[in-house]
Write a new protein. Sequence first.
Lengths: 460, 112
Amino acid sequence: MDTIKSLKKEIEEKEAELVQLRARLVEAEKLGVRSDRDGVEGEWKWPLGERDYERYSRQMIVPNFGLQGQLNIKHAKVLLVGVGGLGCPAAAYLAGAGVGTLGLVDGDAVEVSNLHRQVAHATSRVGMMKVDSAVTYLKGLNPTITYHAHATHLTPQNAEEIVSQYDLVLDCTDHPTSRYLISDICVLLSKPLVSASAFQTSGQLIVLNNPPGKGPCYRCVFPKPPPPESVVGCGEGGIIGPVVGVMGVLQALEAIKLLVRGDHLKSRAGDGEELRQVGMLLFSAMGDVPFRTVRMRGKRKGCFACAGDDSALTLNELKTSMDYIQFCGVNQPVKLLRPEERISVAEYEQISRTNMTHLLLDVREKEHFGLSNIPGSINIPISRFTAHRGEGSELSDLIPTDAPPDAPIYIVCRVGNDSQIAAKKLKDLGADRNGERFIGDILGGLQAWKTTVDPSLPFI
Amino acid sequence: MASTPDDATAHLSLDVEFSGGLEMLFSDQRRHSLTLPAKDKDGNPSNIAYLIHHLCENVMKDTRKELFVLQEHLRPGILVLINDADWELEGEEEYELKSGDNILFVSTLHGG
C-alpha cells in the first residue's frame, strides 16, 4: 500500500515539475525570439515588455484601466499575510493581473482539510509550507513576476522588516491577534490595508488606512477585541469554499482598484487626497440580500494606533512591548466539574461493555454528530442546553423521556468543554436527583475516544 | 388619515436582523419584526440601549447573554448598523428609534 501511495505521490510531483519546465520553456523560447529580433530591429521602444501586451491585454482595454493602470500594477509590491482561503484566490488574481512583486507570509504547512477552499495548494503538496506551495502554483500561472516567500508567521519582531518592503498589504489571516498586529504595522509604515474575513456562510471586507494617516485603521473600527470565547475559527465552525473564495477575490479587486488609481503613490507624496466614504461590505450567502455595503465611521479621535499624536503607538513599542495574544485574551479551558464527576474514555468503554442501563448524550451540533459518533449515543446539541431557561424544570428537551429516572448519564462532546457545560446544566435543573443519579462527562471527548478506543473514528 | 396620537400607547415597528453567527442566540432566525413601545418606562423616547435590553429580556432564547451583552453594554466584536450606517455615525446607544428603522447586529468575523 505504502509503495503505491509513494509512487503515486512521486508521479504527481514529477508531473507538476514537467508542467513548470514546459511553462519555462515557452517563456524562454519567446525571449529567444525577441532577443533575436531585437538584434535586427534595435531597442524595444514600448513601455511594457512584448509579452506583457499579450498577457494583460484583456484588462488593459477596460475603460479607465489602460497602460497607466498596468504600469502602476507592474511597479507595485503587494504583501499577502496568510495563504489560506482568502490568500490563495487573492494571490492568484493579483499574480494574474501582473503585480510586479508579490510577497506571501505564512508559517503553516498545507493540510488535506485546506484543499476544499485553498485553491493554490494541491494534494501532491500536502505537508509543504503554504508559501512554497502557493509560489509553485502562482509560477505556473504567471512566471514573469517576482515572488517572495516568507515562511513564518508575522510577529511584532519581524513585521517591520517584512512589511516595509511592500506598498500595499492584504490581511488574509484568521485571528484577531494578527488582525490588530497587521493594522498597527500598516499605520506605522503608512501602508494601505485591504482586510477581509469569512466564517461559515458569511464574509466581511473593508479597506483601511487609505490614504494612510487619513482613513480609519482596524482599531478605529474595532477598538476592543472580542472576548476570546466568542472567537471560533474555520477549523471548528466550518467554512464554505466559495464564501471565503469570493471574499479573497474581492480583496484582490480592491487591491487592483487601489493600485490603478495610484492611491499608494499619492499617499507617499503626501497629496491632499480627499477621504472617500468608508464602506464595509457584508456578504451573507444565505441572507435575503447576499451583498450589502454599510457606511462606516472614519478615524477615531485618540486612536491607540493612528491618532498621530505623542500618545500613539511607535514602531519601537510595537517591536518591544506589544503582546497581541494578551491583548486579545486566551480561551481558558472549561473547569465546571470536579474530578469525580468526570470519567476517562477507557472507563466509559468498560461501562459500555457491561449491560448496565445508562445514557450517553453527545452534545455536539447535529452536523458533527451525523459524521461520526460513539455507538448508542444520543444527540442533544449543546444549543438546546444553553437555550434552556430552566423554568418549570422541564427536562424532556434534554433527556429522552423513556429513560429510567435513575439511569446514569454520561455526556460527551468534541474535546471535553461543552460536555461539562451540559452536565452542569442538568445538575442545576435537578436531573441528578440530589446525587442519586450519576451525571458526568467523558474527559477529552471524541478526540480522546479516537486516540484510545477507536482510531478509525473520523474526528472533525 | 389621522396620525397616531403621541402618547404612552404609541408603538414603533422595527426590522431587526442578526448575522455573522449572532442569529444562533435568537432562535436561528435572521430577521425579526418587532413592535416596541415608543417610550421607555421613564417616558424617554426608545433608543438603541432600550432595544438591546428588550432583545435580551424578550427575544433571546439562549441563556448565554454574555455572548451579546457584557457589563450592561453590547459586547466588543458586535457591529450595530442603523439603516446601513455604523451606529457610531448615529449616536450609538442614544440613537432614538423611528418606526421602520432597520437595525442590523453583526458579529465581526475573523476566519480566513
